[in-house]
Ligand binder design. Structure first.
Ligand SMILES: [Ca+2]
Ligand SMILES: [Ca+2]
Ligand SMILES: [Ca+2]
Length: 132
């Protein structure tokens, strides 16, 4: 819960259109549990792309590059949202865990009718949540 609070405090950073669009991976306007699983798999695969030097970690520079060069935003996200063991870099486990938490929190926040599936405005709500 403390991490969630920090996440909200850090909500000034901006999601890119590409990241936002990734919520609805098949574009059919419905986000259910299967879609979420596919999305999380895609995010896991993206780790290797973001890890530009291939050392198995995403460091602050690599995360900043992902966020369009916004080093301050990347620092907040890395320190307060993702880097659980405080070693200053992101391993694949931390990356996956932070994504799962982001998706879980976003669905809680945006699933207005609480049916466990996002549609229409609920998807727009999810896409408006900043993601790294
Ligand atoms: Ca790296
Ligand atoms: Ca770490
Ligand atoms: Ca719903």
């Amino acid at each position: 819960m403390a991490r969630f609070g920090l996440f909200l405090a850090a909500a000034f950073f901006v999601s890119t259109a590409a990241l936002a669009a990734s919520w609805d991976v098949s574009g059919d306007g419905v986000i259910d549990a299967n879609k979420v699983a596919t999305l999380l798999d895609a995010r896991k695969a993206a780790f290797k792309t973001i890890d530009r030097n291939g050392d198995g970690y995403i460091d602050i520079r690599e995360l900043a590059a992902r966020l369009g060069g916004r080093v301050e935003e990347a620092t907040v996200v890395l320190k307060f949202v993702i880097d659980n063991n405080f070693d200053g870099r992101i391993d694949p486990g931390e990356w996956a865990e932070a994504d799962e938490m982001h998706v879980k929190n976003t669905i809680v926040m945006c699933d207005a009718d609480k049916d466990g599936v996002l549609r229409g405005n609920e998807i727009r709500c999810a896409q408006s949540q900043p993601w790294w």
